[in-house]
Ligand binder design. Structure first.
Ligand code: F0G
Length: 381
């Protein structure tokens, strides 16, 4: 079944239903109360998203559309920072970002619905990932991008996989609205929407928490996640909560969301305790992946922060670039700017006294350095 994240109204599973019929908020997938999942059996499978199949809401007879995503390295860092810190390097996914975890599940569902193609709005990574998985499934892919707002590596990927690109004047939020309205108004069900208001895609993204537990056995104290449209932080928290409810872990981590100062609607909403999202009309940051002013998953994300007793903080573009550079030169880990917000956020959290150095923290590094070569050349050539 599916449940509204706000009024908790329950509806039957329908892969085309994204909005609560009662209150118009987003829906989430509800997993059964018990599971057949068993670590010993799971560990015989390849390390990655599909190792946790019983923890995903998919029938067993459906063949996944997969590129062997997930199974990303959890790397202890020790030179860049003095603390108990691992990074989860999502840049090593097939298209270079964490989006592949969600797309393998989302496109698998799309294929099972016999649609003609998939459609997404994107700051770039969702587009590259959707395009690759659609190609793998033999489906069309249509992507709406903010004109001039997408890093070149991501645009090049979308072109390579032969997606149909529609450029929208404005920012990501305008592109998303365009796709959302198009899909909602056009009842033909030929194109399956795979933005993160689609709760099935987020089911794939929750596997990041399963992999952390697979390697560490129990939860770390903190997870730091860059926040844009706010699907990922919500998905990762959902994953941990489900493991906890099944008795597969004994404690839960605190979720720390990190936004760029010029694109921080969630931080503004959180700090002011507003019951409504405080929109940022003209989001601005060097981290184009998270240049988002109206995150659709805002309520889910704030619930994740609140329930986990975590926090949500901002970092400046200077701090982002410094963290990106430090990860590269001290650890050999190359990430795009949005991903470096995790390290910048960790540093900020130490400064603010939100965490201690001896508490175990995992920084989610969401995308590869090659996604955005222009920023690197501009800053370091
Ligand atoms: N990091 C990277 C590299 C991203 O591409 C994104 C989102 C995020 C973090 C934030 O994740 O939206 O779940 O809070 N990129 C989207 C896209 C918006 O279209 O590729 P989120």
């Amino acid at each position: 079944m599916m449940r509204c994240i706000a009024c908790r109204y329950i509806v039957d599973v329908d892969p085309w239903l994204f909005i609560c019929p009662k209150c118009r908020n987003l829906l989430e997938v509800v997993m059964p109360n018990s599971t057949d999942f068993n670590w010993d059996i799971a560990k015989k499978r390849r390390f990655g998203v599909w190792r946790y199949r019983e923890l995903l809401p998919l029938r067993n007879d459906i063949d996944p559309v997969t590129l062997c995503e997930g199974g990303t390295p959890l790397i202890k860092i020790n030179r860049v920072i003095n603390g108990d810190v691992f990074v989860k390097f999502e840049g090593s996914n097939p298209t270079g970002s964490f989006k592949d975890r969600g797309m393998t599940v989302g496109v698998t569902i799309a294929k099972s619905l016999s649609v003609e193609g998939v459609i997404v709005a994107s700051t770039g990574n969702t587009a590259a990932s959707a395009a690759a998985y659609a190609a793998r499934a033999g489906l069309q892919c249509i992507i709406a991008l903010p004109r001039g707002g997408v890093a070149r590596g991501k645009l090049a990927q979308a072109l390579l996989y032969n997606a149909k690109i529609v450029e929208v004047d404005g920012v990501f939020d305008d592109a998303l609205e365009e796709v959302f309205i198009k899909v909602m108004q056009n009842g033909s069900k030929k194109l399956y929407p795979l933005n993160s208001y689609n709760p099935w895609r987020l089911e794939g993204q929750k596997t990041l928490s399963f992999e952390i537990i697979d390697e560490l056995r129990d939860s770390p104290d903190y997870i730091f996640v860059p926040v844009g449209n706010a699907g990922n932080i919500s998905a990762i928290w959902k994953g941990f909560k489900e493991l906890y409810n099944y008795g597969l872990i004994n404690k839960l981590p605190k979720m720390i969301g990190v936004q760029a100062e010029g694109a921080a609607p969630l931080v503004k909403t959180w700090v002011s305790k507003s019951k409504k999202l405080i929109v940022v009309e003209k989001p601005m940051t060097i981290a184009s992946a998270i240049r988002i002013g109206k995150p659709i998953n805002w309520l889910k994300a704030l619930k994740a922060v609140e329930e986990s007793k975590g926090s949500i903080i901002t970092v400046s573009d200077e701090e982002i670039i410094k963290s990106m550079r430090d990860l590269a030169i001290y650890e050999g880990i190359g990430v795009e700017p949005a991903s470096a917000t995790s390290l910048a956020g960790y540093r900020k959290a130490l400064e603010l006294g939100i965490i201690d150095r001896d508490e175990l923290a995992i920084l989610v590094l969401t995308g590869h350095a090659l996604k955005d070569p222009d920023v690197i050349l501009k800053c370091f050539l």
